[in-house]
Design a protein around this ligand. Structure first.
Ligand SMILES: C[S@@+](CC[C@H](N)C(=O)[O-])C[C@H]1O[C@@H](n2cnc3c(N)ncnc32)[C@H](O)[C@@H]1O
Length: 309
């Protein structure tokens, strides 16, 4: 049977499963975010399917897609280049805010020679990130809230934060804290899932329903728009330059389908993790498809942000 038909059937089944049994993961406090990531980390499904990065891939050529995991590493290198982080010398101190299980942190330490600290709200992610990191790397992990960083002002030469912003209930505090711990002249690189600017074009009824699902299924309190988060960064008293943005929706869009296809490409994973992992994976498919639709139809945008401390 053609792979596209398999995906269609999987999608329809999963839509029904989610309607029947899935409890949403609505954001209540940062505790609901850490609970969700603790569970995702311990069941190992995401890691086995998508590797060590919980972010989208970057595709130079949308017609000839390469390996999904390679595209994620490419994303890291593209963001390093775009943000200017590659101008920092080896040994520079870089903070990875919302580091997941440390995929980006390890690349920043290994390929760029940075001294990296990754922080995440999830204790299980810290544990797993430590297990995955060679002791020879200058790369450590701590459990910490991004909106209350336990670091001194100006401690870091670089700040890196990828796809963590939608989980932050206070976007201004998130921006302020990252810029507070960045030294004057240091480099900040942020990448995020943003809604389009809904003050310029209000969502219609279908879009409202889609946004509600995208928020409630993955513990997101709200999405910034590219404009509104640019303002959050620009409003910070610690910002040292103009905040520049770009929209990488086109370059990252194939990732949504690819993240589903990885399941079809690696079916043995479900055997090794047990049948329940198959149901848990089906449960994510509707949200992934809605994300694909929202990013593909201008409701969501993949924003990147850079500025100096
Ligand atoms: C989509 S994952 C991205 C992970 C990682 N940046 C990557 O690219 O692989 C979002 C990350 O943000 C973290 N996060 C969410 N809310 C947080 C908070 N308030 N403080 C610190 N980390 C947070 C989650 O624990 C998770 O590691």
């Amino acid at each position: 049977m053609n792979q596209n038909y398999i995906i269609l059937i999987i999608s329809i089944i999963s839509f029904f499963i989610i309607l029947w049994i899935a409890k949403n993961r609505k954001f209540e406090t940062t505790g609901s975010v850490s609970d969700a990531y603790d569970t995702w980390t311990n069941d190992r499904i995401l890691e086995k399917l998508w590797g060590e990065h919980i972010h989208l891939g970057y595709y130079h050529n949308q017609k000839k897609l390469g390996d999904f995991r390679e595209a994620k590493a490419t994303f890291v290198h593209e963001l390093v280049k775009w943000s200017g982080l590659d101008k920092l010398p080896k040994g520079s101190r870089v903070l990875d805010v919302g580091c997941g299980i440390g995929g980006s942190s390890r690349i920043l330490a290994e390929d760029y020679g940075f001294n990296v600290i990754g922080i995440t709200i999830s204790a299980e992610q810290v544990k797993r990130a430590r297990e995955l990191t060679k002791s020879s790397l200058n790369c450590t992990f701590q459990q910490m809230d991004a909106m209350n960083l336990k670091f001194e002002d100006g401690e870091f030469d670089g700040i890196w934060s990828v796809e963590a912003g939608p989980h932050m209930p206070d976007k201004q505090k998130y921006a302020d804290e990252m810029l507070r711990v960045l030294r004057p002249g240091g480099y900040l690189a942020v990448a995020d899932w943003n809604s389009r600017d809904l003050t310029l074009k209000a969502p219609n009824i279908i879009e409202k329903m889609v946004l509600k699902q995208l928020l409630e299924q993955w513990a997101h309190p709200s999405f910034s728009s590219i404009n509104s988060f640019q303002k959050n960064l620009s409003n910070s008293s610690f910002v040292g330059s103009q905040v520049e943005t770009d929209d990488w929706t086109k370059e990252t869009l194939p990732s949504w389908w690819e993240s589903i296809l990885e399941g079809a490409r690696r079916p043995k994973i479900f055997l090794s993790l047990g049948l329940s992992s198959l149901f848990k994976s089906f449960r994510e498919i509707p949200t992934i498809l809605l994300m694909n639709w929202a990013f593909g139809n201008g409701l969501m945008q993949f924003g990147v942000f850079r500025c100096r401390g």
